[in-house]
Structures are given as structure tokens and as C-alpha cells.
Design a binder for this molecule. Structure first.
Ligand SMILES: O=C[C@H](O)COP(=O)(O)O
Length: 249
């Protein structure tokens, strides 16, 4: 893959069938910006059908199982996601890491599983407030990315989308400044290019954490920020459209 502008909306555990229909018909396409929406599992098939009809967005799942099939109550496999038209899978969101105990190794194995199925993982990395205050931001993000590189290999990583999401900025209304985000994005690209020459220029690196219509232009103006993984503001159709528009500027 090559570096693309991407605006992805992660609905988390929100939405309804009616909301999905309204949302899909209201999305406005912007040239050179890929729009991805990530509703909960029950809405994915309908989202894919609407996406095929309208052609404006791609569909992402918020998680996937490590396993293809078997006795894993509550899990959904990448094969099932693919069958209903899903193209992306968010992997390693901090809520999965923190609330559901997903370790770096589990996240790496899930990225590997998603890649093997031909879907595109959106790999989330990011530090807690405590880690930022201890000046560990780059070390934490590097560790989270390196554990994936170790499992999937440098040659495959170009098919991964990375989302830098400082945990302290998620859902708090307190976004990282564009300078803070840019520093980490540049470090992520440097780490990738240190692993394989040119890799950092091939991978789309999104920012996530309180992205709103009023800070999107400033964030997207940064050299190494390719777009956003948006939570709360992706549930507000007009605001999400503004963020998509900002990515196209
Ligand atoms: O996946 C999205 C992120 O968790 C950001 O959420 P937020 O925009 O509500 O801060």
C-alpha cells in the first residue's frame, strides 16, 4: 500500500440501524480522502451493503478474533468479517488493551491474522498520561509497533495503517497539540524506516484522540499526519463531514 489520506470513524458501542442509514446517505465524498466507518458488529453487513450501493465509504470492524473458527464464544473471525464485506479491522485500540487485557503479543497476532485474510488492520498505539509524564511516549509507541513488526515482518507492514492515539486524549476533549502529535508521527515513521528503508513513507499514520471539526485542519496540516481515527465526533454526521473536508485541504 502507499500512504493515503484516511478519515476513519470508530463508533465504539454506539449506533443503530436507523442511524447507520442516515449516516451513510449523509456522508460527503472528498477527493483523495478515504473514508472508513467502524460500527459495531451487528451493523457491519448492512454498512457494507450500503457502502457498495453508495460507494462513498469503506467498512471496518472494531476487533476480530485470533481464531478462524471453533469454541470461542462471543468472538468473530476475520473470515466472517470478510464474508460480509468488511475491509478494515481496528486492532489494539487502547480500550481493548486496557479493558479487555489485550497484550502487545495478542495485538501483534491479531494484526497478523487480519493481514493474512487480506483485510487492512488499523493498528492503534499510544501512551497513557502517566507514561507521557515519565517521558516514555516514544518508547511505548515503539514497543507497541516493534512487537507487531517482529510477528508480521517488515515486508508485510506496509499493508498496516497505524493510528497514534494518546490514551489521555481519547474521549477527554483534550487533543494532543499538532506539535505533540507530529513529533510522535515523525518518530513512528523513523522507526519504520529504520526497520526497512522507505517503509515510513509507505504507511498511513492517523492521529486519534478528541479530533473535532475545530482542530482537524491544524492537525492535518502536519507533515506526518495522514488523517484521523475519530471517536465521538464520528457520531455527529455534520461534524464528521467537516473533518473529512479538512483532510482534503
Ligand atoms: O478510536 C477512536 C479514538 O478512541 C478517539 O476517540 P475520541 O475521538 O472520542 O477521543
Amino acid at each position: 500500500m502507499s500512504r493515503r489520506k484516511i478519515v476513519a470513524g470508530n463508533w465504539k458501542q454506539n449506533g443503530s440501524k436507523v442511524f447507520l442509514e442516515n449516516f451513510m446517505s449523509a456522508i460527503k465524498e472528498v477527493e483523495d480522502v478515504d473514508v472508513v466507518i467502524s460500527p459495531p458488529f451487528p451493523y457491519l453487513e448492512k454498512a457494507s451493503a450500503l457502502s457498495a450501493k453508495l460507494g462513498t465509504v469503506s467498512v471496518s470492524a472494531q476487533n476480530a478474533s485470533l481464531y478462524s473458527d471453533g469454541a470461542f464464544t462471543g468472538e468473530v473471525s476475520v473470515e466472517m468479517l470478510k464474508e460480509v464485506g468488511v475491509e478494515f479491522v481496528i486492532v489494539g485500540h487502547s480500550e481493548r488493551r486496557e479493558l479487555f487485557g489485550e497484550s502487545d503479543l495478542v495485538v501483534a497476532d491479531k494484526v497478523s491474522k487480519v493481514l493474512a485474510s487480506g483485510l487492512t488492520p488499523i493498528l492503534c498505539v499510544g501512551e497513557t498520561l502517566e507514561q507521557r509524564e515519565a517521558d516514555e511516549t516514544i518508547a511505548v509507541c515503539s514497543r507497541q509497533i516493534s512487537s507487531v513488526l517482529d510477528v508480521v515482518g517488515v515486508d508485510t507492514f506496509e499493508n498496516v495503517v497505524v493510528a497514534y492515539e494518546p490514551v489521555w486524549a481519547i474521549g477527554t476533549g483534550k487533543s494532543a497539540t499538532s506539535k505533540e502529535a507530529q513529533e510522535v508521527h515523525a518518530a513512528i515513521r523513523a522507526l519504520l524506516s529504520d526497520s526497512l528503508v522507505g517503509l515510513g513513507d509507505k504507511v498511513s499514520v492517523l492521529y486519534g484522540g478528541s479530533v473535532k471539526a475545530n482542530n482537524a485542519i491544524e492537525l492535518f496540516s502536519q507533515e506526518d499526519i495522514d488523517g484521523a481515527l475519530v471517536g465521538g465526533a464520528s457520531l455527529k454526521i455534520e461534524e464528521f463531514n467537516e473533518i473529512i473536508k479538512a483532510a482534503g485541504i
